[in-house]
Design a binder for this molecule. Structure first.
Ligand SMILES: NC(=O)c1ccc[n+]([C@@H]2O[C@H](COP(=O)([O-])OP(=O)(O)OC[C@H]3O[C@@H](n4cnc5c(N)ncnc54)[C@H](O)[C@@H]3O)[C@@H](O)[C@H]2O)c1
Length: 278
């Protein structure tokens, strides 16, 4: 049975720890937060230091803050302290591993970027850095598959990788539409969950567009409706998000985080179950 070290026990680290335990792995977790013992899932072993967490690890999943200097320090320690065969994976949302492996051996370091919460959402973006070996990429893909995840290997490092760049594009226009008073945050969410979100759980944007063109497929769509879509100029939201923050808090601030997260996870699991059955 494999041993995995979870370094950083915030939103993402705790969710990874839960998934690793659900798959019978031995899980060691470390984080300087004073309430660590109160938040770790059952049967997860607490380690007082990073070195002790990774000492006999086969896999390390790093989930510290999204801060380049911190990740540089952390990965220098991981390369030094983890066994030579251990794969060193970072949950980093935007910083590519080449940026934090300068001057150290990065052959077994790469990004394994999940979507929140990783114990529910299947995608893991596997992004090798300039030094990452092909063997490490293969091992990362096998590791995430063994956990029931869907790894996608991305062959060029680009800030934000693929998922967050797509999310940023949609979020930018969503912010603009709310700031312009076109829709409220709740109505914008209703537009997405009742159309694009539902469609994209079944088919991605390209297959969706291919079908949107009817029997003529993507070519028909691109040459007809596509012309007017390409001419659409999209908005730029203001640089001060304060009004938007207040509008989102007005919409959802009266519910607790745990109630909203529980509903989100229940619905997402229901969608996943329906997809598995079809
Ligand atoms: N929140 C998301 O939606 C999301 C999704 C995918 C990936 N990520 C990425 O995952 C990583 C963690 O994000 P998060 O949202 O869980 O952040 P978070 O702030 O909830 O957790 C970060 C944790 O790291 C701990 N930490 C600080 N210094 C540390 C150290 N030296 N050693 C070990 N732990 C340390 C902090 O105490 C904190 O508990 C980031 O790189 C982030 O970009 C976040």
């Amino acid at each position: 049975m494999s041993t995995v070290a979870v370094v950083g026990a915030g939103v993402i680290g705790l969710s990874w720890a839960r998934l690793f335990r659900e798959h019978g792995m031995t899980v060691r977790i470390t984080d300087p937060r004073p309430d660590l013992a109160e938040v770790v899932p059952d049967d997860v072993l607490i380690a007082p230091t990073v070195a002790e967490a990774v000492r006999d690890a086969d896999f390390v999943q790093e989930n510290g803050p999204e801060d380049l200097e911190l990740k540089k320090t952390l990965f220098a320690e991981l390369v030094r302290e983890a066994p030579e065969h251990a794969l060193l994976l970072s949950s980093s949302s935007a910083i590519p591993s080449t940026a934090f492996t300068e001057g150290i051996d990065g052959s077994r370091v790469l990004i394994g970027h999940p979507f929140n919460p990783p114990h529910v959402i299947p995608l893991v973006e596997v992004v090798p850095g300039e030094q990452t070996s092909e063997e490490s990429v293969t091992r990362a893909v096998e590791f995430y598959r063994s956990l029931g995840r869907t790894p996608v290997v991305e062959r060029k490092e680009i800030p934000g990788f693929v998922g967050n760049r797509l999310q940023a594009a949609l979020s930018r226009e969503a912010a603009y539409l709310v700031e312009q008073g076109v829709v409220t945050p709740a109505d914008l969410d209703a537009v997405v969950t009742n159309s694009l979100g539902l469609r994209w759980a079944a088919v991605g944007p390209f297959l969706g567009a291919h079908l949107g063109g009817g029997p003529g497929g993507y070519r028909h769509l691109a040459e007809h409706i596509g012309k007017s879509m390409r001419g659409l100029s999209l908005g730029t939201p203001s640089q001060d998000p304060e009004r938007l923050i207040r509008a989102v808090e007005d919409a959802y601030g009266s519910s607790t985080y745990s109630a909203l997260a529980e509903t989100r996870d229940r619905k997402q699991l229901a969608v996943l179950t329906a997809l598995e059955e079809n």
